[in-house]
Design a protein around this ligand. Structure first.
Ligand code: PGA
Length: 252
């Protein structure tokens, strides 16, 4: 049975106090609910990770993620944070390959491949983001683009290593735009991704959680999450509001 996961990517938002209040509200909202079997992940900015550890609680299925890491183990990389440091802060997950990192920081799949390597060495599960631009979808290149991203990001890893990866399909045109992929569009791509993974993993591709990201809201989460190959969501904007985030979690 693959994990159901709802992950909140806070991006570069909130202050320390606002972040602590938000995680506390989420935690309390989860405690009240005794039925959820969804792994809830919060990905705050780096400086908040230390204090957020106090809310990690496997019983309420609340886990910590970072939003990024550096591709080298350690060294003279001013301003950077290593996977080893994240492991020492009890991060279970780390987002890699987000389209904002690709667009604003020039990250490509070769670099992302190195980051995945560092994370796996430190027993952190990468949440690997892939997805096409609007132009690529309109010219019907979306399958080709996503296949190439996955191929190069996961190149060189053993089957046993890849079983620790979570994939997030995030069509770039849906991120922060209010436009969501239809459940059919998302399901079609998720099934395609699973089929690509099965070329390496065989039947065990069924064990990989594939999340959808891009303007997920309480209003559309239920329909998206009811699709066969959609195992949860990577949530940006709506994860900054505890009620909305909890309502997305409870959509399962
Ligand atoms: P959004 O962001 O939910 O605000 O569209 C999703 C993401 O960037 O992961």
């Amino acid at each position: 049975m693959r994990d159901k996961i709802v992950a909140g990517n806070w991006k570069m938002n909130l202050t320390r106090q606002a972040g602590l209040s938000l995680v506390d509200e989420i935690y309390r909202g989860l405690n009240l609910d005794d039925t959820t079997d969804v792994k809830v992940v919060v990905a705050p900015p780096f400086p908040f990770l230390f204090e957020m550890r106090d809310w990690i609680n496997p019983e309420t299925l609340l886990f910590l993620s970072a939003q990024n890491c550096h591709q080298e183990k350690n060294g003279a990389f001013t301003g950077a944070v290593s996977a080893e440091m994240l492991a020492s802060y009890d991060c279970t997950y780390c987002i890699v390959g987000h389209s904002e990192r690709r667009e604003y920081f020039g990250e490509d799949d070769k670099l992302i491949n190195q980051k995945i390597q560092r994370l796996l060495e430190n027993s952190i599960k990468p949440i690997y983001c892939c997805g096409e631009s609007l132009e690529e979808r309109e010219s019907e290149k979306h399958f080709e683009v996503v296949a190439a991203q996955i191929q190069s990001a996961f190149q060189g890893f053993k089957k046993q290593e890849l079983l620790n990866v979570v994939v997030a399909y995030e069509p770039v045109w849906a991120i922060g735009t209010g436009k969501t992929a239809t459940p059919e569009q998302a399901q079609e791509m998720h099934a395609f991704i699973r089929q690509k993974l099965s070329q390496v993993l065989g039947d065990e591709a069924e064990e990989i959680s594939i999340l959808y990201g891009g303007s997920v809201k309480p209003e559309n989460a239920k329909e998206l999450f009811s699709q066969k190959d959609i195992d949860g969501g990577l949530i940006g904007g709506a994860s900054l509001n505890a009620n909305q985030f909890l309502s997305i979690i409870h959509s399962f």
